[in-house]
Design a protein around this ligand. Structure first.
Ligand code: NDP
Length: 449
């Protein structure tokens, strides 16, 4: 890192002392972009980085709601409107007890770069709450969502800020949030939220988009190295939205998904995971992954006992971390390499620690970085917004075809940027450089704002 980058990193550390996830995300980007700064000296004079690491706006708010026993609970809500450089703020909402300002800021920061890579007009944001949706009734979820939106509505709008889902926020929550927004605003602004159900303005293939997009990116990356998904074993952490649809598309390309997980442990089924059963347990019954054993007692369940996810000890050709941040650490990376992994595709945001990514790259493992590989979700959200504006809907095949094309373009821009800066095959650096250059040029064009 040159002096300018060091200075930015130090200042960011000083200003954000208790925000390790945010600092990690900033560090990852800063570590990649020195070659660009060496050519574009004007970026330093224009304080591009100083401005990029400071969110445009952070909103925090109280979310009081009443549970089924009549008890009043108070949660904290967040919306980090990080950057509106290339479009309205755009990024998901996460409901999980671990949510705090550091996690919101890291996700918002990542989102700016991811959205830039899609080539679509969307800025970067993230929001959510420390509310835990697990074991809550539908009515409790609804009351929480209504209270959350009763504050959030004044900060969003289809040309201002467009939230979507993330961990703990799926179709059900988006529906309750949308209903409350519409009621308060007395207007049908279809494009104010994405991830909506098809029956009231959602896009076909949005639910599948992040997982499918990850596999499209993986297909392109393997192809560039004369390889394919056909016949490969795949392990996928998580069993939520991203994990399930990554599994579905990987299977379509002839791969065998042998393991999936939740936060309690993982299922290892050498015959290949029964995805219909997994969808039934996770999407319909909202149960625990261990229940898979009720139908397949011969599958193995490995309980999680410490910080290391047990799923990464399983031998695999391709590993897809699709659960949460920092779920694949150095110990896991070493185990994967020892077991002969050829590629890692980040479906979750920042699932690999910096040390894990460095280790994988050093051992010639192909790494598909989150901000490029999981951009299919937000790209399809942008397609949902455009359908809402047109008041016209595409077929599933049309959306999937557009998504596929977008993922091919994202892969190609990462590849091109890596090659241009003598980092051929390093898509982590390629993604950071391609996105950074676009954002820096937009910032330069718009003056000091
Ligand atoms: P879901 O809530 O649908 O699923 C999350 C899955 O990850 C669940 O299986 C959950 O297990 C597991 N998980 C969550 N937290 C932890 C944890 N601390 N440790 C271990 N496992 C955990 O979320 P999504 O599938 O939507 O999101 C997964 C990841 O993908 C997140 O990083 C998200 O930011 C990212 N992402 C999502 C997009 C989308 O379109 N949905 C778009 C781009 C990125 P359990 O049920 O036990 O909690």
């Amino acid at each position: 890192m040159n002096d300018y980058l060091h200075k930015i990193l130090e200042e960011t550390k000083q200003k954000n002392l208790n925000e390790p996830e945010y600092l990690q995300a900033v560090n990852e980007v800063l570590s990649s972009i020195e070659p660009v700064l060496n050519i574009h000296k004007e970026y330093e004079q224009l304080a591009i980085l100083e401005r990029m690491v400071e969110p445009e706006r952070i909103i925090t708010f109280r979310v009081p709601w009443v549970n089924d026993e009549g008890k009043i609970i108070v949660n904290r809500g967040y919306r980090v409107q990080f950057s509106s450089l290339i479009g309205p703020y755009k990024g998901g909402l996460r409901f999980h007890p671990s949510v705090n300002q550091s996690i919101m800021k890291f996700l918002g920061f990542e989102q700016i770069f991811k959205n830039a890579l899609t080539g679509l007009p969307i800025g970067g944001a993230k929001g959510g709450s420390d509310f835990d949706p697990k074991h809550k009734s539908d009515n409790e979820i609804m009351r929480f969502c209504q209270s959350f939106m009763t504050e959030l509505y004044r900060h969003i709008g289809q040309d201002v800020d467009v939230p979507a889902g993330d961990i703990g926020v799926g179709g059900r929550e988006i529906g309750y949030l949308f209903g409350q927004y519409k009621r308060i605003r007395n207007a049908y602004e279809g494009g104010v939220l994405t991830g909506k159900d098809i029956c009231y303005g959602g896009s076909l293939a949005r639910k599948e988009a992040t997982g499918y997009g990850l596999i499209f990116f993986m297909r392109e990356m393997l192809n560039a190295h004369n390889n394919t998904l056909q016949g490969k074993t795949v392990t996928i952490s998580g069993s939520g939205n991203v994990a399930i649809y990554a599994a579905e598309k990987a299977m379509k390309y002839g791969a065998k998904v042998v393991a999936m997980s939740d936060s309690n442990g993982c299922i290892y089924d050498t015959n290949g995971i029964d995805l219909d059963l997994m969808k039934q347990i996770k999407e319909v019954e909202r149960g625990r992954i261990k229940e898979y054993l009720n139908k397949y007692p011969n599958a193995q369940y490995i309980e999680r006992t410490n910080d290391d996810s047990p799923i990464w000890t399983i031998k695999t050709d391709i590993a897809l971390p699709c659960a949460t941040q920092n779920e694949l650490n150095l110990t896991s990376a070493k185990k994967l390499v020892e077991n002969g992994v050829i590629a890692v595709g980040e479906g979750a945001n920042m699932p690999c620690t910096l040390e894990a990514t460095e280790y994988l790259l050093k051992h010639n493992v192909l790494v598909a970085p989150a901000k490029a590989a999981n951009a299919g979700g937000v790209a399809t959200s942008a397609i949902e917004m455009s359908q809402n504006s047109m008041r016209f809907y595409y077929t599933f095949e049309e959306v999937e075809e557009k998504l596929d094309r977008i993922m091919v373009n994202i892969f190609n821009s990462c590849k091109k940027a890596a090659e241009e800066y003598n980092q051929s095959g390093n898509y982590v650096i390629g993604a950071n450089i391609a996105a950074f250059k676009k954002l820096a040029d937009a910032m330069k064009a718009q003056g000091i704002v």
